[in-house]
Design a protein around this ligand. Structure first.
Ligand code: ZN
Length: 271
């Protein structure tokens, strides 16, 4: 599943070819993905100039000079293909500029797009209740202290809560907790300042490292330029049950299930 680093990589890849360009043609190849395509999508985008691209949590944003923005979510298997040599039957939305062609390909169709007024972007339902961007200035020790205060729920689950931090998925929560030396089972309200001072930079580091690697995923997630993204080779704990810890001498990575999802951690390093 594309995580925040894959979305960031996708946005950067698209921006190289799309930023500042006029959209000359838009083609919908079916009426819907996970949700129906927004009404008037083709008319709204055709002839518009892309003014900038961005990302909020795991959503990509394509802003236009008509004060509207296209929001895209890659779901489980979505990716943008730039200048594909041939059409794919899963290319559901195709956008063209004078020089390039961008196809949103999504075999499983859990992805979707929406069109909103740029000025009202923060009011879009999924964005309205969202916590700070993990790579932005608002994710601070103070924010986490306030958000976790008195919480009995495990820190692992709280960090997956988009209201606490936006856009963190299972992989990066596991990796950040390892780096910060915090057990995924620990109650949020029992995590104090010294640990939070390790956690904030740990969250940033695992995401930035992955973005640098070109986006990591367990699937053969394709970067928009057609290159494959990284496989899960650089993780310290994720998916490493029974293997030895990269940090301590005798720790063995353990897997537990929290909220229906796996957590991996080193019981020696993470307390
Ligand atoms: Zn360890």
């Amino acid at each position: 599943m594309p995580e925040l680093p894959e979305v960031e990589t996708t946005v950067r890849g698209l921006a190289r070819f799309l930023d500042g360009e006029r959209i000359t043609r838009v083609q919908q190849n079916r009426p819907d993905m996970r949700f129906p395509f927004p009404q008037g999508l083709v008319q709204a985008l055709t002839g518009a100039k892309v003014s900038s691209l961005g990302r909020r949590a795991k959503y990509g944003l394509i802003h236009t000079d008509r004060d509207t923005s296209l929001i895209f979510h890659l779901g489980m298997s979505g990716r943008w293909r730039i200048d594909p040599v041939s059409a794919d039957r899963h290319d559901h939305l195709v956008i063209e500029t004078a020089d390039h062609r961008f196809a949103l390909c999504d075999p499983r169709r859990f992805g979707f797009v929406d069109l909103v007024d740029t000025a009202r972007l923060e009011e879009w339902p999924a964005f309205a209740a969202m916590g700070p961007e993990p790579l932005g200035p608002d994710l601070t020790v103070e924010h986490l202290r306030a958000a976790l205060k008195g919480r009995k729920q495990a820190i692992k689950l709280l960090l997956l809560d988009q209201r606490v931090v936006a856009g963190l998925g299972n992989i990066y929560v596991c990796e950040a907790l390892f780096r910060a030396g915090i057990s995924p089972r620990k109650a949020g309200g029992r995590i104090f300042r010294p640990a939070l001072e390790r956690l904030v930079p740990a969250i940033r580091e695992v995401l930035l490292q992955s973005i640098e690697d070109g986006g990591s995923s367990l699937r053969d997630y394709a970067r928009p330029d057609g290159e494959l993204g990284y496989f899960a080779t650089r993780f310290d704990v994720y998916g490493r049950e029974g293997e030895s810890c990269h940090r301590c001498e005798d720790g063995v990575i353990r897997r537990i299930v929290q909220g229906g999802r796996s957590s991996w951690y080193c019981p020696k390093c993470q307390t």
